[in-house]
Design a protein around this ligand. Structure first.
Ligand code: NCD
Length: 320
């Protein structure tokens, strides 16, 4: 991938070298943020404008994109409620919306409840579109910041045992993490979910496909379990995500699975001292606030890292 001028739609777009180069750039961006806080603001994206088009609720992702752009000296126009307040209400197509907005800005960040909708709009846009989450599909920038956090904290990605806990069927974040982490040699996935919410088969295939050539047998790099306590002691990374209630046919259907896997203080007693807990947030009962004081908790650092990663991506897509 050359980055400049490209849409960022799928986690699969990144190969290992591109990931590491993005992480190196994000590291530099942490310094840009520190300088900005001292009053020395960056001009890297001066004159550039980003539109954020959000068709689904968001706290972190939209602000993170916007802050990233502002920290680089760029500017932002934002619609957090496209579903109700844009011309889509007048039956405009996603394509026409994309084509229209692309005539006015330099880059678009977008979130949508339907899988594939961001790619659809991007097809009609002549400026880069970055996927901020499309339904139960993909959430590349969250996956990137999660893996960046792991890389920074552990100093490597190879050979880690990563526990993905919760709604493996619908969590786009866990899907993006699987795709990115399976690019690194010897990563072992421990997939912890109720049997109804297992990781989709294509993603299990993705794990096996990526390891071909690094001497692993298919199936060798993941195990599926329904009991968190039995595996917690093996994990280097404890990756938690809530049950994605809004993707179920009814709220009652989702309720059945809530509270099944709770990374409580009690459970963390058995985890490695060196383990880290990551979570894209928001959280509910699966990650009680009593765990926030645990030195292994990294979910608020992730928020900070997210700005740096998005800055790196915006820079690469817009200038180099
Ligand atoms: C996630 C999302 O929107 O997929 N949140 C985020 O972007 N930080 C995770 C979630 O909603 O559970």
């Amino acid at each position: 991938m050359k980055f400049k001028g490209e849409h960022i739609l799928f986690t699969q777009q990144f190969d290992k070298e591109e990931l590491l180069s993005l992480f190196a750039e994000a590291k530099k961006m942490e310094k840009v943020i520190a300088d900005a806080k001292k009053g020395k603001e960056s001009k890297i994206l001066e004159g550039k404008i980003m539109a954020t088009l959000f068709f689904e609720p968001s706290t972190r992702t939209r602000f993170s994109f916007e802050v990233a752009m502002l920290r680089l000296g760029g500017r932002v126009v934002s619609n957090p409620d496209m579903l109700n307040t844009s011309s889509l209400k007048k039956m405009e197509s996603l394509e026409d919306t994309g084509r229209t907005i692309a005539e006015m800005v330099d880059v678009i960040a977008m979130r949508h409840p339907e899988m594939g909708a961001v790619a659809k709009l991007a097809k009609a846009s002549r400026v880069p579109v970055i996927n901020g989450g499309d339904g139960a599909g993909d959430h590349p920038t969250q996956g990137l910041l999660d893996v960046y956090t792991i890389w920074k904290e552990k100093g490597r990605l190879e050979g880690l045992t990563v526990g993905l806990i919760g709604d493996l069927k619908y969590s786009r974040v866990l899907h993006s993490q699987v795709i990115l982490l399976s690019k690194f040699k010897g990563v072992k996935f421990v997939l912890v979910s109720p049997k109804e919410l297992k990781l989709p088969a294509e993603l299990k295939k993705e794990i096996s496909r990526n390891i071909t050539g690094v001497n692993h047998l298919p199936g060798d790099t993941f195990v599926e379990v329904e009991n968190l306590a039995s595996v917690i002691a093996d994990l280097d990374v404890i990756s938690v995500n809530r049950i994605q209630t809004e993707r179920f046919s009814s709220e009652a259907e989702a309720e059945k699975f809530r509270g099944k896997f709770v990374v409580s203080r009690e459970v963390m007693k058995k985890a490695k001292k060196s383990a880290i807990i990551i979570c894209p947030l928001p959280r509910r009962e699966e990650l009680p606030t009593e765990v926030d004081a645990d030195p292994r908790a990294r979910y608020f650092e992730q928020v900070k890292n997210g700005v740096a990663v998005r800055m790196a991506l915006l820079k690469k897509v817009l200038v180099r």
